[in-house]
Design a protein around this ligand. Structure first.
Ligand SMILES: *[C@@H]1O[C@H](CO)[C@@H](O)[C@H](O)[C@H]1NC(C)=O
Length: 226
């Protein structure tokens, strides 16, 4: 009787531990594992197949062009340039990546979004950004700050956050993220721009809106470009 309960507790703890472990990139078990996309034989692993270490070279760990300004001529007035495992295959299993974000003057917005697999640390190099994130339920507390060049801010893993250019010049920030593939959930797109669309009745009730407003929001398409 007692033994059964102990086994159950052990099982629950094990399941909890493995789900916690899988919430973040696993620690590498070798110096590196440069990703390849053309593996013919192998098993699926949590990440990508590894290139033979003898064939690895500097290009596998290299990216160029993050000095280039992103094109912010879009509905949001912002452009995110990602440097993750898709751009640098040597990042595979290393649990880290980078992004550059450009913001148009007077209201360029990186809209509310979340990274399901990464904490983000952002440094402003140009301009003035109003940034914030919202804590989880039940508090849903908004934590905000106005950032100037040289300022650094952290967005904890999974939380909804944004950056807004409140200055009259371009703004530029760089972010480090604690995953080779942080993932991006843009809130407006996930809710009103999913494919296929969520039943409007669901959204009308969830947001306490008239169904016509929901239809209107669902017919917007700015998120197709972002
Ligand atoms: C920026 O993007 C806009 C909209 O797609 C396009 O019309 C414009 O030519 C682009 N500008 C540059 C410099 O690439």
């Amino acid at each position: 009787m007692m033994k059964g309960a102990q086994v159950l507790v052990a099982f629950v703890l094990l399941a909890l531990a493995s789900s916690l472990a899988s919430a973040f990139d696993p620690s590498p078990l070798q110096d590196f594992c440069v990703a390849i996309n053309d593996a013919k034989n192998g098993v699926f692993v949590n990440g990508k197949f590894c290139k033979d270490p003898k064939l690895v070279n500097a290009e596998d760990f290299f990216f160029s062009g993050l000095n280039k300004q992103g094109n912010t001529s879009n509905q949001l007035g912002s452009k995110v340039t990602l440097v993750n495992v898709e751009q640098i295959s040597g990042l595979n299993t290393l649990g880290i990546s980078l992004a550059r974000v450009d913001y148009a003057p007077n209201g360029g917005l990186n809209p509310p979004h979340a990274h399901p697999r990464a904490t983000e640390i952002l440094v402003v190099v140009e301009g003035t950004l109003y940034v914030g994130f919202v804590t989880s339920n039940p508090d849903s507390r908004l934590i905000t700050k106005v950032l100037y060049p040289g300022d650094v801010f952290v967005f904890p893993v999974g939380l909804i956050h944004f950056q807004f250019n409140i200055g009259t010049t371009n703004a530029v920030a760089f972010s480090g993220l604690s995953s080779q593939n942080p993932g991006i959930i843009t809130i407006a797109k996930a809710v009103f721009g999913s494919n296929p669309a969520i039943n409007p009745e669901v959204l009308a009730k969830a947001f306490q809106l008239d169904k016509n407003i929901v239809n209107q929001l669902q017919s917007r398409f700015w998120w197709n470009n972002s």
